[in-house]
Design a protein around this ligand. Structure first.
Ligand code: ATP
Length: 579
């Protein structure tokens, strides 16, 4: 949020740099296998996402745009399901909440008085020797072992030559300067060259809620406590985006502002911490992978009374999923007319009919990222395993090829140092661990940088076949989140009666409100595996017996059990399981 220096996270266990931007450039992802985790590494999830149409690199026909991603056919379903589940839980299932969809472009004054124009920035220093531009607060934290207290302390350390460039080791750093993270654009047909048409792409959805507080209060006749929820895009010119969709410059937030009487704020804060944690767990997230982290005093934004982060154990370490802050009456006061704000047209306050007086409510803000939640659910649901051991000679042949790939990377000149390190470390550890590392090899075989190296063709030639026959990848997504709920197959695609029945079952299930697809593009075993890989909880097979007794086989993704069920019961049973 708009603090003068955004909060820091613990140090990266590999390189020691504070991993606020979890995309630690010194510890490439594939090296980060220092702990057990649901997805064996982020690269396996990225690979699955690209392979199966969840997420694609954006503008790829023009070489892409760094750290920008497009959600594909399955990804958009998954992310929509995450947003829908959130909306249902925080708006529809509660009596004290309203929804809102505010504009992305707002009057520039909103960002002036919210404090973002002056303070929504990261401190950057330039290295005069190698021209790197590191985050100065990260450098300070990594090298001093604690977070800095502010820009002045960072600059004092730079002046005293106590800090070194993390890339080349030089002490010749410029003074750190704040770099504002808001994207600027202008409204109107003419670019006047001055700032009269300046607007920002909103860096958070929250301010749209604060400036609508009075509108919602009046039109919905609300009494405290009540809250307003909003889902929408936000934009930040992040200096170190990365780790797939974890940190991007364009992302979606799911934010709540919950207004309460001053004095009732602490209880409301506890209520929201419990509610939000429960939401992730109810949607199947493993409790061991979710924790509540109390922000320390020096991390708090100046207006915040208390803030806790819900953190998820991503493959790259514990990282923020959602922040839940007690923002006191700061925001509503900031947008109210006062000697400090003569631009506001009125006051954002509340008349308490019981106390018979006006006051400014306190606000609790649970602020989550839709993309981060989606990524966390994907990592948590990801499961891959060897289903049977490949013959020893096949494994030996594959190991030899992967080792040859690693040597080829090591010899390669002119390759980006980070990419080289990443590919070498990944291929060496995959070769050493075969056949158990076959699922990770699938990720490497999909890696665009790895495919620039000739020998990868040979690795793929052998590896794809072995992986296909001996591994099983499953996304154990909660049925409410899964992109598809049910897939229907005919046992034989050239048997018109089976095809007709299967298609009509698909239509009926879709009409009943289940996301259903029909598929006949492979043998049943192969179709099951494809659906497992994208997390479809149930598959239905229509066979000859179905034509006679109107029963079908329903196969469960998680336990792979197949049960014979009467056709008429399937829709209601599956709908009940989705509730
Ligand atoms: P971080 O410390 O990770 O940068 P933040 O504390 O700045 O996050 P908030 O301003 O509190 O984040 O935003 C609320 C939520 O929005 C975060 O918990 C996160 O889920 C999401 N979010 C923030 N920045 C990004 C980003 N650049 N990319 C994706 N999601 C983001």
């Amino acid at each position: 949020m708009g603090s003068d220096m955004r909060s820091l996270h613990p140090l990266c266990p590999l390189c020691g740099i504070a991993s606020y931007a979890v995309g630690c450039r010194l510890s490439p992802l594939s090296q980060v296998d220092f702990r057990p985790m649901p997805a064996s590494s982020l690269e396996t999830v990225v690979s699955l996402c690209k392979r199966r149409g969840f997420v694609f690199p954006s503008s790829s026909v023009y070489g892409g745009l760094g750290s920008t991603w497009d959600y594909g056919p399955l990804g958009v379903e998954l992310k929509n399901n995450v947003k829908r589940a959130w909306w249902r839980s925080v708006v529809h299932e509660r009596d004290d909440m309203e929804g809102l969809d505010a504009a992305i472009l707002m009057n520039r004054l909103v960002w002036k008085y919210s404090g973002h124009e002056a303070t929504f920035s990261d401190p950057m220093a330039d290295c005069r020797a190698c021209k790197a531009r590191p985050r100065a607060d990260h450098v300070f934290a990594a090298q001093k072992g604690r977070d800095p207290k502010g820009l002045a302390e960072i600059n004092a350390a730079i002046a005293a030559k106590e800090l070194t460039c993390p890339k080349c080791g030089s002490k010749d750093l410029t003074e750190a300067r704040p770099f504002n993270l808001m994207f600027r654009t202008s409204v109107g047909p003419v670019d006047t060259g001055d700032e009269s048409g300046l607007v920002y792409l909103r860096p958070e959805t929250a301010q749209g809620i604060f400036v609508n507080f009075g509108n919602v209060l009046d039109t919905m006749r609300r009494k405290l406590p009540f809250g307003i929820a909003q889902v929408g895009k936000a934009f930040r010119n992040e200096i170190t985006p990365g780790n797939f969709t974890f940190r991007t410059r364009e992302f979606e937030q799911m934010e709540i502002e919950y207004f309460v009487r001053p004095g009732e704020d602490e209880t409301a804060h506890e209520m929201w911490i419990a509610e939000r944690k429960k939401w992730y767990l109810d949607l199947g997230m493993r409790a061991d992978n979710l924790r509540v982290r109390e922000q320390e005093k020096h991390e708090l934004a100046h207006y915040a009374k208390r803030c806790v982060d819900l953190e998820y154990l991503f493959p790259m370490g514990w990282s923020e999923l959602e922040g839940i802050a007690n923002r006191t009456d700061f925001d509503l006061k900031a947008h109210s007319r006062s000697p400090e704000n003569t631009d506001a047209v009125g006051e954002l306050h509340y008349f308490d009919p019981e106390q018979k007086r006006h006051y400014v409510p306190y606000v609790i803000e649970p602020s989550a990222g839709a993309d981060r939640a989606t990524l966390a659910f994907l990592c948590d649901a990801y499961d891959d395993s060897l289903v049977k051991e490949p013959p020893a000679e096949d494994t030996a042949k594959l190991r030899e090829l992967v080792e040859s790939f690693a040597r080829s990377v090591a010899r390669r000149e002119g390759m980006d140092v980070d990419v080289k390190q990443r590919l070498q470390a990944a291929s060496e550890s995959i070769a050493a661990g075969l056949p158990a590392t076959l699922p990770r090899l699938i990720g490497l075989m999909d890696d665009a940088d790895a495919n620039k190296i000739e020998v990868m063709k040979k690795v793929r030639g052998v590896g794809e076949k072995i992986a296909d026959e001996h591994t099983r990848t499953v996304l154990h997504l909660h049925p409410r989140l899964a992109p598809l709920t049910v897939a229907v197959f005919p046992l034989k695609r050239n048997e018109s009666r089976l095809v007709e029945l299967a298609r009509s079952i698909k239509r009926d299930l879709q009409r009943a409100g289940l996301r259903a697809v029909y598929d006949d593009t492979g043998a049943i075993g192969k179709l099951y595996r494809r659906q497992d890989e994208i997390g479809t909880p149930w598959c239905i097979t229509v066979d000859f017996q179905s034509l006679e007794d109107k029963t079908v086989t329903v196969r469960d993704r998680d336990n792979m059990q197949q049960e014979r069920e009467p056709l008429g019961e399937i829709g209601p049973t599956l709908l009940a399981r989705l509730r």
